[in-house]
Write a protein that binds this ligand. Structure first.
Ligand SMILES: Nc1ncnc2c1ncn2[C@@H]1O[C@H](COP(=O)(O)OP(=O)(O)OP(=O)(O)O)[C@@H](O)[C@H]1O
Ligand SMILES: [Mg+2]
Length: 631
């Protein structure tokens, strides 16, 4: 017996030994030790057993003393540091699957062990059953709720050992012993599903079982490979090809059904207040694309116009979120004010060979290569150098881009959104004028329409677009063909009074949630507070001015009260505008004197019945309502 280990260094050691399965002493040893935790015996022919040394010193002593039964070669294999210790019952389940101990698997699953549990190195129970070709366990795991579409977190021996801070040898041994010893350990297995593994081990029955249970044959692993890319036999290829087609059709049907039930406009409205025209225009264009009613040779190009803080970037983000699950890859944001000089073109698409930064590649090309169907946001496009615009024109026109290394990226399915503040003053003024006109007309006609939201809904006229906005854009971009390639110019309008109320409420709700979660304090407010805070709107800063107003008038007071230990857990705080009704008497709140528009806090401590005013110490300057935003 050769034992090479250093117990001083390692806390726990797992030994591998080869033993004679059929020896009666070995059998009784197995019986005795499997009752203990952390001991696993394989019932497969190779009779590999693993055993925690520290916990079982006595047993090891007995075993070795029984002499000659074990012809064991021990290799020092594994350290389990505290951070790597996983739930013992999960361990038991995974070990039972590996050992083919189906009764134990069922017992553990019935006893509440999660069918989606993972090995400390990242693979799931179902993946382990699939790779070990254990159809019975695969079926049972699926029955009790195992998700067939979970991906493996194990990458390869080197990367995983680095990630888990383990010795590569330990990881190698664990992967081979606990999972499968027939895989290439240098290959990348990240995001491989149980279906990938079933195909890899060429087990048709398991593949069919997984597919019937809803395994997605189009799911890619981290290398972008679907299971079909690993097939070895033609019958398996045919099976997967048919299922891929069926699955794709069903998926499209499901998505279409979902779109019918819950249109994109409604989804976007959950996050974006107002901007109905912009939302409808963008949603319609995306609908045309999703349903195959679009020009397949060109990508979709939008130009978002409007003043600051009004939802241009937010809408682009929400569109990306809707179209891509992985928002990090699916949303590319490029600040075009960084490309004002001619030489900065290289930063955009990468430098040609021989130039500095050639190896780095361009900011846009690098990201587009990762996700050619991304939503790409070109912020402040009017600031870009004309040479950069030339590249963008090529991109919009041909739907492809060639980087500094000469590689071409096809991106006809990408969505390009440019934003600009050009003509924003004119657009804002036009919208305000239209709203005024609409109110006036309503008054004169005495139509009795009482719905302010309806009256505030205005549409930018064709004349205004052609004779005011277009000349401004032409003057700036100096090219008709550039403007000609834009599918839709989308107008963002200043917020109306009712939209401001919604923005304020959304902001107060955000702080109420935070107060509850972080400080266990209930926050409530009078509706007058919403009116007063909406007055803080500055058309130049948009929704940002509302955020700042709420912070300045409400959050500052809360923080001050907190610091002075005036509020404690379990308290309720009401935000009020004192004497509001006495002061307004039907007048517009905007007509009130600034001093009367002060927002105050009232508190009801835990157990108390009434709210009382919060009075700050005279030295404490809790809020400074007279500071104007941005000053
Ligand atoms: N219509 C809106 N509905 C809800 N939140 C909004 C809206 N508009 C802006 N916001 C919020 O205000 C902040 C700024 O918005 P956003 O970044 O979309 O502004 P923008 O129009 O892109 O402005 P800029 O021209 O300065 O880039 C974000 O936190 C966003 O959530
Ligand atoms: Mg923006």
């Amino acid at each position: 017996m050769a034992v090479r280990l250093s117990r001083q260094i390692f806390q726990k050691v797992i030994y591998r030994c080869t033993a004679n399965n059929h020896s009666p002493v070995f059998k009784s040893f197995v019986k005795a030790t499997t009752k203990r935790q952390n001991v696993r015996f394989s019932s497969s022919g190779t009779s590999v057993s693993t055993l925690s040394f520290n916990r079982n010193k006595k047993l090891w002593g007995q075993l070795i003393a029984s002499g000659g039964i074990f012809s064991a070669t021990f290799g020092l294999v594994f350290i389990r540091k505290a951070e790597c210790q996983v739930d013992e019952r999960n361990n038991q389940l995974l070990a039972a699957i590996k050992d083919g101990n189906n009764r134990e698997v069922k017992r553990l699953l019935k006893g509440g062990v999660s069918p989606n549990c993972r090995h400390v190195l990242g693979w799931t129970a179902l993946q382990q059953a699939a790779v070990n070709r254990n159809l019975e366990v695969v079926k049972f795991l699926l029955e009790v709720g195992a998700d067939p579409n979970l991906g493996d977190e194990f990458v390869n021996v080197n990367i995983t050992s680095r990630e888990k801070r383990l010795n590569t040898l330990q990881v190698l041994m664990a992967r081979e012993e606990d999972f499968c010893d027939r895989l290439n350990n240098a290959a990348n297995f990240k995001d491989c599903t149980a279906l990938h593994y079933a195909v890899l081990v060429d087990d048709r029955n398991i593949v069919e079982t997984l597919l019937q249970a809803g395994a997605d044959p189009t799911k890619e692993n981290a290398l972008g490979h679907t299971p079909i890319m690993y097939v070895r036999s033609n019958t398996m290829r045919d099976l997967l090809q048919n299922r891929e087609k069926e699955f794709q059709e069903k998926k499209l049907e499901r998505e279409a059904e979902e779109r019918r039930k819950y249109p994109l406009e409604n989804r976007l409205k959950e996050f974006i207040i107002g901007q109905e025209g912009a939302i409808n225009m963008v949603a319609s264009a995306i609908r045309r694309k999703e349903n195959g009613w679009y020009d397949e040779d060109h990508p979709l190009v939008f130009l978002f116009l409007g003043s600051s803080g009004i939802g241009k970037t937010e809408l682009a983000k929400q569109v990306a979120k809707y179209l891509h699950k992985d928002i990090r890859k699916g949303f590319i944001r490029i600040d075009m004010s960084e490309y004002q000089e001619r030489h900065e073109v290289a930063k955009f698409i990468g430098s040609p060979p021989g130039y500095v930064g050639h190896e780095e590649g361009g900011q846009l090309t690098k990201k587009l290569k990762e996700c050619p169907t991304a939503v790409v946001l070109f912020d402040e496009v009017d600031k870009a150098h004309p040479d950069v615009l030339t590249i963008m024109l090529q991109l919009f026109d041909e739907g492809r881009l060639t980087d500094g290394k000469g590689n071409t990226i096809e991106c006809k399915d990408a969505i390009f959104i440019m934003t600009s503040n050009l003509a924003s003053e004119e657009i804002a003024q036009h919208a305000l004028d239209l709203r005024e006109e609409s109110k006036l007309a309503n008054k004169q006609k005495s139509t009795g329409v009482d719905n302010t939201e309806l009256l505030e809904m205005v549409t930018i006229s064709r004349n205004f677009k052609d004779f005011v906005v277009r000349p401004i854009l032409k003057r700036n971009f100096r090219r008709d063909e550039f403007l000609g390639r834009i599918n839709e110019i989308v107008y963002f309008l200043p917020f109306s009074r009712s939209e401001l109320s919604k923005l304020v409420t959304k902001e107060l709700e955000f702080w109420a949630k935070r107060a509850a979660n972080k400080h266990s304090i209930e926050l409530m407010w009078d509706h007058h507070v919403v009116d007063v805070l909406a007055d803080g709107y500055d058309v130049h800063y948009g929704a940002r001015s509302i955020k700042h107003e709420v912070e300045r008038q409400v959050v500052t007071q809360l923080a001050m009260a907190h610091e002075q230990q005036m509020i404690s857990k379990g308290a309720s705080i009401r935000i009020v505008v004192p004497n509001y009704s006495d002061l307004t008497k039907g007048k517009n709140i905007s007509g009130m004197e600034p001093n009367n528009r002060v927002i105050k806090l009232q508190i009801k401590r835990q157990g108390a019945k009434e709210f009382t005013d919060l009075k700050f110490k005279s030295s404490a300057n809790a809020f400074s309502v007279n500071d104007s935003f941005g000053s």
